[in-house]
Design a protein around this ligand. Structure first.
Ligand SMILES: Nc1nc2c(c(=O)[nH]1)N[C@H]1C(S)=C(S)[C@@H](COP(=O)(O)O)O[C@H]1N2
Ligand SMILES: [Mo]
Length: 420
């Protein structure tokens, strides 16, 4: 086989970069910082946008994404910005806030934390509605989880480029994902304080405060999507912090839901209300969108929940490498069903496979980093493949059945590489 990849089972375990998985509460200092964060964070950006305007001019609308999305870090799609995998190599396990992908159905809103409230209401509560202010939430006992947020459409472009059947929607590569540390209040704690009746509750519908979405000429209302009471009480988190900072505006300030392992749209940003119902709930985002349609799927295929197994190389697409120079190739793999157990890689289009070395943390509903040394890359054209298996035994297939909106592209992605 050309320029052989070597298994390296004794590759030294990367040490030192341990996750801060501690169980501290939000410190008093942090609490004060966070309470003060909302206004200055948003205020300074607003002011920058108006520089040079005459007094009395109406302020131009802010851009759909507030943070800078430079082309060396992001592929820009207007209201969405994809993380570039070839810029990930120097990062640790988590993706810093300024480097995290953004997916907005409309655009990032400006929310004043001082007047913001989270309202929990609905027929499956034993008492009337409950309301929480930002300081109320900051005072509650907090928990931190490390989890990915990944768009259901991540990998969509490969339906076209790899399977010859393009799907409608943003042409994401594999960078509509990021892993962060999220700190906040478990949704179960808030539902408990709102006197949920767990015997009657069926579905929970979080709703965002961003602008309503017009689709097919119809106003579909605010972005909202139900989840089962089981998942809501299990591990959903109302996050206030991302990687130790108050949530940035683009990622849901002042509060967002994190639904570990599920498709990104479940993790509602700019959370304003949560409906707790004694009957199944529907919205545009679990009936028309975010379910399999078209192809061979039946009309009643269920709404999507968990993500599938995927892998990405930390390389440009297509990639080039110098001939004869030893190199260690790196990548990451993840699954919505659990931890990654095994990653196999190939540099000959799948004729032979080698075990990659898994390194560092391997959290559930997050990802694992891996590497494979290549001692003597010989000149030529290659196709790199990475195929992960999770601890449920799910392995990435060679192809996936087509669906019209291009969700859950979990097939092995073929990554072109030239060695010269
Ligand atoms: N309120 C609201 N929540 C939302 C969205 C949105 O447009 N509005 N986009 C969803 C989708 S489709 C995804 S993939 C994730 C993206 O999260 P991020 O922008 O923090 O990466 O947020 C979800 N939550
Ligand atoms: Mo998404």
């Amino acid at each position: 086989m050309p320029g052989e990849l070597t298994d390296e089972r004794e590759y030294l375990e990367e040490r030192g970069k341990r996750l801060a998985g501690d169980a501290r509460g939000i410190s008093r200092r942090r609490l004060l910082q966070m309470a003060a964060a909302g206004a200055p964070l948003i205020g300074s950006l607003g002011a920058a946008g108006r520089a040079g305007a005459a007094p009395g001019d109406p302020a131009p609308p802010p851009p759909p994404i507030r943070k800078p999305t430079p082309p060396e870090w992001f592929v820009n799609f207007g209201t969405n910005a994809e993380m570039r995998w070839d810029a990930v190599g120097d990062l640790g396990y988590t993706i810093p806030n300024e480097r995290f992908f953004v997916r907005n159905h409309t655009s990032t809103p400006t929310i004043d934390a001082a007047t913001w409230r989270l309202r929990i209401d609905g027929p499956a509560l034993r008492k009337g509605p409950a309301e929480f202010s930002y300081p109320d939430l900051l005072r509650l006992h907090s928990r931190e989880i490390t989890a990915f947020v990944e768009c259901a459409g991540n990998g969509r472009s490969f339906f076209g480029s790899q399977q010859g059947t393009p799907a409608a929607g943003t042409a994401w590569g594999l960078g509509a994902i990021g892993v962060a540390r999220w700190r906040g209040v478990p949704l179960s704690v808030l539902l408990d304080r709102a006197h949920v009746d767990p015997k009657r509750a069926v579905d929970v519908m979080p709703e965002g405060l961003d602008a309503t979405v017009v689709a097919g000429g119809v106003d579909q209302g605010h972005v909202r999507r139900p989840l089962s009471i089981g998942k809501a009480l299990d591990d959903a988190l109302v996050a206030l912090e991302m990687n130790g900072e108050p949530l940035p505006p683009d990622h849901g300030f002042p509060a967002r839901l994190i639904v570990p392992g599920w498709i990104g749209v479940a993790s509602i940003k700019w959370l304003g209300s949560i409906l707790v119902s004694d009957a199944p709930l529907t919205s545009y985002w679990n009936t028309v969108q975010y379910r399999f349609t078209g192809g061979d799927y039946p009309a009643d295929s269920p709404p999507l929940t968990e993500q599938v197994v995927k892998s990405a190389w930390e390389l440009p697409r297509p990639a080039t490498l110098p001939a004869g120079v030893p190199v260690t190739l790196r990548g990451r793999s993840w699954s919505g069903h659990g931890r990654i157990r095994r990653v196999e890689v190939s540099n000959d289009g799948g004729a032979t496979w080698h075990r990659a070395h898994l390194r560092g943390p391997n959290h559930r509903s997050a990802w694992v980093r891996w590497s494979i040394p290549w001692r003597n890359p010989e000149a030529g054209a290659y196709e790199l493949l990475a195929r992960a298996t999770d601890d449920r035994g799910d392995t990435q297939p060679d192809t996936v059945p087509f669906n019209a909106n291009g969700y859950l592209f979990g097939a092995v992605v073929r990554h072109a590489l030239t060695v010269a």
